[in-house]
Design a protein around this ligand. Structure first.
Ligand code: IPE
Ligand code: IPE
Ligand code: MG
Length: 250
């Protein structure tokens, strides 16, 4: 057992953790290997972190697995990633079931090859009644795509007389995002030393605590997650208020 685990306050865990799993390519290159080698090893980290979140009783874990912009990578890498996605889902669905984990997918799934859509659809169906951790895979996802999509759908509803412009509020907008039904992430982790959001959950991260680590994704394990959680628990989340306002009344 990790010595960090007892330091985590189980009463103050985030409900939702979002992770930008970055650094697979560099991890592989550092070992003189092909980028795909890094992606394959990244799956082991996914397994460990999903297990860690489930053990802690985290409600939602969103993993950024493939961005809209990643379609522009070399063809062999895109194809390799799609094949890895399909084989991983096929191999892991049994363990998701066993651990009561429900799979969700957010992103422009119309971009995915048919065989990948089919495999995902089956896994979503198989796990749909699970009540433990909600594992949300962001695939062919970007925040700008999501917001554009929401705006278009809202415009259609207005045009068809189903929505009144004066009634549009933040709840309406939230309803048209692909994360409707999930709480906003309180903690966003990015691995591999990049300090940017890269088009991830642009709307939902408004008040998330951001945690950056130099650890490459294939090396990221439960104890790294615990470090992030301890760091998170030492922050003061003010939401625009002052510290004094947050202090409990004496
Ligand atoms: C993250 O690792 C995985 C995906 C984006 C699919 P990268 O492939 O971006 O690895 P680096 O950032 O090039 O090292
Ligand atoms: C973000 O990583 C996307 C995923 C981890 C899936 P990238 O490696 O694509 O981001 P940039 O290009 O460094 O911003
Ligand atoms: Mg990267």
């Amino acid at each position: 057992m990790s010595d960090l685990l007892p330091q985590i306050d189980k009463e103050r865990l985030p409900r939702h953790i979002a992770i930008i799993m970055d650094g697979n390519g560099r991890w592989a290159k550092e070992q003189g290997q092909d980028r795909l080698f890094g992606h394959y090893h990244g799956v082991e980290s996914v397994r460990d972190i999903v297990e860690g979140c489930a053990e802690l009783g985290i409600g939602y874990l969103t993993l950024y697995a493939f961005s809209t912009e990643n379609w522009d990578r070399p063809q062999y890498e895109v194809v390799g990633l799609m094949e890895l996605l399909v084989s991983t889902i096929r191999n892991e669905v049994e363990s998701l079931q066993k651990n009561n984990i429900r799979l969700h997918v957010i992103g422009d799934l119309t971009m995915l090859p048919e065989y990948a859509r089919k495999e995902l659809g089956e896994a979503l169906e198989i796990t749909k009644n699970n009540t433990g951790l909600n594992l949300i895979m962001a695939l062919s996802y970007s925040g700008r795509w999501e917001l554009l999509n929401a705006v278009k759908n809202i415009a259609w509803e207005v045009k068809n007389g189903k929505l009144n412009v004066d009634e549009i509020d933040q709840n309406t907008l939230q309803h048209y995002l692909c994360t409707s039904g999930f709480p906003d992430p309180e903690l966003m982790i990015r691995t591999s030393g990049e300090y940017r959001i890269s088009n991830f959950l642009l709307y939902q991260l408004a008040y998330a605590e951001l945690y950056f680590t130099n650890v490459r994704w294939p090396d990221f394990r439960k104890h790294n997650l615990y470090e992030a959680l301890i760091d998170y628990q030492n922050r003061e989340r003010r939401f625009g208020k002052t510290s004094e306002q947050l202090a409990p009344v004496q």
